[in-house]
Design a protein around this ligand. Structure first.
Ligand code: FRU
Length: 478
């Protein structure tokens, strides 16, 4: 799989579609695979929802519940689910024509089966726009209109529609703003209630490849206002971009094309996201052969006013705690060299580790995962530079791509709290760091030849006081 697509919540089920080539384990003619879940944690496979047709392959896109049946594709009492996606047409491209257009499909049986709309494509490509893809659609209540965010070259374009079938260009955003190391892909425009205030701000989540935080594919975001037609960056956020550079949803290498769920109920009110845990730099070469590509943990996103700007935080959704088993506590203490974490060997790569320690500017402090074969992975904080780091250079199999482990990945610590908080979720081939309550996030894959069996907290430079070191067993979802 690659990108998650069409995430929509309807009648108690979270739908998750994804870029999928059913005949192989590298990228190929794309379909939308489909899975459903009651809790975003336990998933059930469904048959392929959308397969290529005469208009092209099925690239990324979104899905919505058309509650008022504006499309006429269902009824008011049985509103249709409508998927909006990109057709990628190789024949047109070969002929030197722009080959990407937008199509729609609908379901009137709660997302079980899907019918392509006979009037496809609903948004053909303008002659000058070969990269014209990944529609993310929302209902904009104030203007009583559908709004599509679309990745076009290295900008985001917005289109509006009364019925999901006819689309009108509204505006573009992004020229010269933020990171532009590659083509922009998979935009998402999301309204947020700024945490602790009554204020609403709009966040434009925008993936790009390459040009990410630590090279390769990555996802940046912009904060501003949206009037139904145009996205305008907030002044404070503009200053923040100028001072700090691009703002990243995740600073690791392995969270791409993350977008949010549509139609989460008002009573729930959360902004829920999931990303593809891989990177185009090496996606098709990673060691697993039975499958390739996975999703990140589902995450709740929140928006915070930092005083001189805004920042997005990501944390695992509360439902993840359903997988929590036993907790293993390591006694808090002052550490001068290292401290072994109390954690059963066979749980090391299925664990949620919480580490809290007093900030020491002169110390490098990190968790080291290892096995008896000498493979190690480190994740922690360099107090001198105030940067989190993730080092997979000796993590196991790294030789499948020069780009996989060529450098240590870093991320600024933005929190100024005296206690450093790290929450680390491991799975067989991944480590997800949520630092300082989600203010800094790093997701990296690792491919040890043998599972890591030990974890220790290591300090370098100065002693560090640990106030919490706990490991929770994570149960299998299957
Ligand atoms: C992002 C992406 C999208 C495209 C899809 C094709 O990873 O390149 O822009 O729709 O993957 O699989």
């Amino acid at each position: 799989m690659n990108d998650p697509n069409g995430m929509v919540y309807y009648k108690g089920l979270y739908h998750l579609f994804y870029q999928h080539y059913p005949e192989g384990n590298t990228w190929g003619p794309m379909s939308w695979g489909h899975a459903v879940s009651k809790d975003m944690v336990h998933w059930e496979d469904r048959p392929i929802a959308l397969a290529p047709d005469q208009h092209g392959l099925i690239f990324s896109g979104s899905a919505v519940v058309d509650w008022n049946n504006t499309s006429g594709l269902g009824t008011k009492t049985n509103p249709p689910l409508v998927a909006i996606y990109t057709y990628d047409n190789g024949e047109l491209k070969k002929a030197g024509l722009p080959g990407q257009s937008q199509g729609i499909a609908f379901s009137v049986d709660d997302g079980k089966t899907w019918n392509k709309y006979e009037g496809n494509p609903v948004l053909p490509p303008p002659a000058s726009k070969p990269d014209f893809r990944d529609p993310k659609v929302i209902w904009h209540d104030a203007s009583k209109s559908w709004v599509m965010a679309l990745a076009v070259g290295d900008q985001t374009e917005f289109y509006t529609s009364p019925d999901l079938k006819t689309w009108t260009y509204a505006s573009a955003f992004g020229r010269g703003i933020g990171a532009h190391g590659g083509v922009w892909e998979c935009p998402d425009l999301v309204p947020f209630k700024v945490k602790g205030t009554g204020e609403t701000k709009w966040v434009l989540i925008q993936s790009l490849n390459p040009g990410g935080a630590n090279s390769g594919a990555g996802t940046q975001y912009f904060v501003g206002d949206f009037d139904g037609r145009e996205f305008k960056m907030d002044q404070k956020f503009t200053a923040q971009l100028q001072a700090q550079g691009p703002q990243w949803l995740d600073w690791g290498r392995d969270n791409y094309a993350a977008v949010t769920w549509s139609d989460i109920s008002k009573t729930d009110g959360r902004v829920l996201s999931i990303g593809w845990m891989n990177n185009w730099d090496y996606a098709e070469k990673i060691p697993p052969t039975a499958w390739r590509g996975a999703n990140t943990l589902p995450r709740e996103l929140t928006l915070h006013d930092t005083g001189n700007g805004y920042s997005l935080r990501s944390n695992p959704v509360a439902e993840v705690s359903k997988l929590h088993g036993k907790t293993h506590v390591t006694q808090p203490q002052r550490v001068t060299e290292s401290l072994s974490a109390n954690i059963p060997a066979d749980q090391v790569m299925r664990s949620a580790i919480t580490l809290e320690f007093a900030k020491v500017d002169g110390a490098i402090a990190y968790l080291e995962f290892s096995n008896d074969q000498g493979e190690t992975y480190q994740v922690g904080l360099d107090g001198k530079s105030q940067k989190y780091f993730s080092d997979r250079r000796k993590s196991g199999r790294i030789d499948f791509s020069e780009k996989f482990a060529s450098a240590v990945h870093t991320a600024p610590r933005t929190s100024t709290a005296d206690t450093v908080k790290m929450r680390v979720y491991t799975d067989s081939a991944s480590v997800e760091l949520f630092a300082d309550d989600g203010a800094t996030v790093m997701t990296d894959t690792v491919f040890p030849l043998h599972p890591y069996t030990k974890v220790k907290f290591v300090v370098n430079g100065q002693p560090v006081s640990v106030s919490k070191l706990e490991a929770i067993d994570i149960k299998s979802i299957w």
